[in-house]
Design a protein around this ligand. Sequence first.
Ligand SMILES: [Zn+2]
Length: 305
Amino acid sequence: MKQGFHKIIGLKIDVDTYEGMKNGVPNLLDLLRQFNIKASFFVPMGKDHTGWTVKRVFTRKGFLRKANRVGVLETYGIRTLMRGLLLPGPEIAKKNRLTLNEIVAQGHEVGIHGHDHVYWHDHIKEWDKTKTSAVLNRACRVYEDLLGQKAHSFAAPGWMINAHALRFFENHGFLYSSDTRGSSPFFPVMGDSHLNILQIPTTLPTLDEVVGLAGNEPLSLARHFIDSLNEGLNILTVHTELEGKRWGGFLKDFIRLTIDQGFTYTRLMDIAQMLRDNSDIPRCTIFYGYVEGRAGEVSCQKLAN
Ligand SMILES: [Zn+2]
């Protein structure tokens, strides 16, 4: 029972696009209600500029190969891919205020998933303290306006984070952030910065990293993910654009089978609360690395120093 957890799954639901917020979130709320489980949603507080990712086709090795495997065009649709290119980028949170409040009303958690997802993902590595704080302050203001309370959690778009952002969360009383790929919660070290903000990493791969490599059927994929679970704490990141739409069957199979096996579902904020008085939380370095099936770098937990 590592860090006192026994068969826990934290379901982290990332909203990346306007479409995912508008249509994927309601589908996921229905699914969670069917199983009577609670999850943590992370929502960008600014505009949808998914179209900017089209640029990545030309600049990033492996992006086209992955885009084909996941069926980017079928998943996101041409309108979403053109957002920020030819069509104006719509506000993801502000234009879906009712849906945002409905998430909370149904007992789930809402955290911040950056302001502009694409801009953050592509540039956070270069941002200094001033730029990073300006973006986060904007995102926090939108969150407070829409939800009437302060934000207490954050998940980095594309798992890309920097030390200034982590310091911001620490200084603004956040409970935790979830920005990395790793194995268990820790206090981060980035460069010279030792941070006292709890980091809850995503411990499992994402569906888009595995589709085509470990099968194509929802049930066989769900079984593949279940084989990767450990007996302690697991964090699964899903996307409203995938599991909230055409891949909903995968998530349904995964939840059903894991509940049968005795796993319980907990919001990430509750996991953070449980760890509040735990003195066994290690300090680990965060580095930019690579994970199988994903093009580009992600922030990773370094296991042994
Ligand atoms: Zn995202």
